[in-house]
Design a protein around this ligand. Structure first.
Ligand SMILES: NC(=O)c1ccc[n+]([C@@H]2O[C@H](COP(=O)([O-])OP(=O)(O)OC[C@H]3O[C@@H](n4cnc5c(N)ncnc54)[C@H](OP(=O)(O)O)[C@@H]3O)[C@@H](O)[C@H]2O)c1
Length: 322
């Protein structure tokens, strides 16, 4: 497994990391703990050294599973988690007072809860689970972050940028207080290439790429008739005619590249890893099969320039907030 620097943190991470939202079991339905633990262990056995979880995933359950596996290892696995917004609003709308979303005492108490769930003494990367650049220089969150660093409870500090708003962290990056950002970046949502990725390179900020498969669309598994259980978050994400649109875009992509549907997940991961600003990409992968297939892509080989050029034409800017 190839590794990369996580910005200026001094932390080295595997190119393929583990996205641990799905194993929490609350928003993605159907996760089985036994299967999740086996998949996570297998990914680590094959060289994966970075896991992204959050206090909100299954109300701590994802952190508990991650902690269980990480504590079994004889070598260090880098763990990133997140402080949920106190107002429980994802993504963060504009116009909020940062002390209503991330008051300092909330940042601290959530960090303490995450440490207990994980069963660890230190969190490698603590992230705010939403972000708005309006909060730069305001509120008590930064003071709390600095105190947690000084006390050795967290090593690095990051933010998870609001879905599909990559420019909404540029001011923060310029302040130099953030060590990592987490962002949606994939063949369809190429918007981080506009400004964010260059800003991260200029300021040596680590880039954790989430949702590389567009929640499953870029695995080729979503068709016009795909159904999800009512309470599964994907029934909302792929609502109405969105599944038919996905099907159309995926077919065009396969035809243009001349590849089989089964080859799409590998191309999707390689596209993200071909950008030098990216530190690690964190697919959700609850099955051993998917963990094995994804970890195998972390071999340091990007895509040929002509393939990247072709993929650029498949950028798909959508309004996710309508
Ligand atoms: N606001 C935030 O901070 C935020 C929001 C969303 C996500 N995230 C993070 O980003 C991670 C990744 O995003 P995500 O899990 O939402 O979506 P994703 O990685 O885009 O897609 C995950 C889906 O792809 C499937 N899959 C994985 N590898 C595959 C392969 N090789 N072939 C076919 N199917 C494959 C998974 O199946 P199985 O799981 O069934 O194996 C799952 O259904 C999350 O787990 C979380 O850590 C953060």
């Amino acid at each position: 497994m190839n590794t990369r620097k996580l910005g200026r943190t001094g932390i080295e991470v595997s190119e393929i990391g583990y996205g641990a939202w799905g194993i929490g079991g609350s928003e993605w339905l159907g996760a089985q703990d036994d299967e999740s633990l086996t998949a996570l262990r297998r990914a680590i056995e094959l060289g994966l050294t970075f896991i992204d979880t959050a206090l909100a995933y299954g109300r701590g359950h994802s952190e508990e599973l991650v902690g269980q596996v990480v504590r079994e290892q004889d070598h260090h696995i880098v763990v990133a988690t997140k402080v949920p917004p106190k107002n429980r609003q994802w993504p963060a709308p504009g116009g909020l007072d940062p002390d209503d979303v991330f008051p300092g005492e909330w940042v601290r108490s959530c960090t303490e809860r995450s440490l207990a769930n994980l069963g660890l003494d230190v969190i490698d990367v603590q992230q705010l689970h939403v972000w708005s650049d309006e909060w730069v220089g305001r509120g008590t969150w930064l003071e709390a972050v600095q105190a947690l660093k000084d006390e050795g409870l967290i090593r690095a500090f990051g933010v998870s940028i609001n879905d599909h708003q990559p420019a909404n962290a540029l001011r923060l990056i310029e302040t130099g207080v953030v060590d990592t950002v987490q962002v949606i970046y994939n063949v369809f949502d190429q918007s981080p290439e506009d400004e964010l990725l260059a800003a991260c390179q200029a300021h040596d900020v680590g880039v954790i790429v989430r949702v590389p498969f567009d929640e499953g669309a870029l695995t080729g598994a979503i068709g016009p008739d795909t159904e999800f259980p009512e309470k599964d978050f994907r029934s909302e994400y792929f609502r109405g005619d969105r599944r038919a649109q996905v099907d159309e875009h995926v077919r065009a992509l396969l035809e243009d590249l001349g590849i089989e549907r089964s080859e799409l997940p590998e191309v999707a991961l390689r596209y993200v890893l071909s950008h030098p600003a990216v530190s690690t990409v964190i697919p959700g992968m609850r099955s051993v099969r998917n963990a094995e297939r994804n970890v195998a892509v972390g071999d340091g080989r990007g895509l040929p320039a002509e393939t990247i050029e072709k993929l650029r034409a498949h950028r798909w800017d959508r309004n996710f907030y309508e």
